[in-house]
Design a binder for this molecule. Sequence first.
Ligand code: FES
Length: 108
Amino acid sequence: MSFRTVATVDELRDDTPLACDVTDELTVAIVRQQGDLYAIEDECSHGKVALSEGDVYGCSIECYLHGSSFDLRTGAPLNPPATQPVRVFPVRLSGDDIQVDPDNPLSF
Ligand code: FES
């Protein structure tokens, strides 16, 4: 595991995605929902737009462009037009730091 600090907890608002660069190649949308943290790759698998620009509904995030939603826990698409999952990553709090492990995407 190689967790990296991507933001601090005071930058995050409940149910509002926060785009965070983890590496030069990876940006994630961090979401806090009912006390749980999620880190989902910030790129829709359908049209390559930022998921962090969309809205959070329960444990899902909706792409603003064509309306596909993705499960924040698994990255699975929940409705068309997207058919491919988006990667999700381990995320944790370390003190006030939000940390993401970019090297070990979760698999389901
Ligand atoms: S670009 Fe996200 S659903 Fe089409």
